[in-house]
Design a protein around this ligand. Sequence first.
Ligand code: MF3
Ligand code: CO
Length: 262
Amino acid sequence: MIAIRTSEEIECLRQSNLLVSKTLAEVGRHIKPGTTTIELDHKAYEFIRDHQAVPAFLGYKGYPKTLCTSVNHQVVHGIPSDYVLKEGDIISVDCGVLMNGYFGDSAYTFAIGPVTEKIGQLLKATYKSLYLGIEAAIEGNRVGDIGYAIQNYCEKEGFSVVREMVGHGLGKALHEPPEVPNYGKSGKGPKLKRGMVMCIEPMINMGRKEIVQDKDGWTIRTSDHLPSAHFEHAIAVNKDKAEVLSTFQYIEEIYKLDDCIN
Ligand code: MF3
Ligand code: CO
């Protein structure tokens, strides 16, 4: 069963997702050579607690931190650590909160410049594919239309789509039905209805699509060690245009990818 949210519930989900968006921007301010990923995690924890919300990943199925910080060939679910960021790295920062009974969940991949042109292209393609997926998330379409839009674009750009990790419904739980793959066939999968809320989160690899899980039981990385990018928005399905509940606006007031490309 895929929940249909009332406009009051969608307002609550927007508030939770806006807090995530602000947290990602706060974290972004500290992303520079020399910073450790655990320092980023502490910033996020304090920021979320200061806003009367609860970090949603902390303790989720035993996950030990507030953020997922996935560097370079790490795809998702990287655990913040004493790793020191350096020039040329990219880092996916994924954050979730619980506020007033509703979850927020969004992610952004930052470059620590200068990065190579090829990495710049990977980040731009992944970012654009997220918005193409969102454009497909309208009433009457199907979940497969979202994945098709993402896959079709990224593969044309010469990149590959991770299969095992998918987007998801979002609401009173962090992960609700439906699963939202970043690949698929148009016209297949559950029908999209107004009021469904879901996270679309393409995970796109520069090289091969295959992934492996590290011994820590969490970190997902590419099998060929080439970089991977990840962007995530929470959206509400609507008639002609999905409503994006998270926003990258706060991040992009302080960070511009083009300034980070060699
Ligand atoms: N946005 C990630 C996801 O939807 C969040 C992972 S939560 C974690 O999979 F707690 F498992 F890390
Ligand atoms: Co998610």
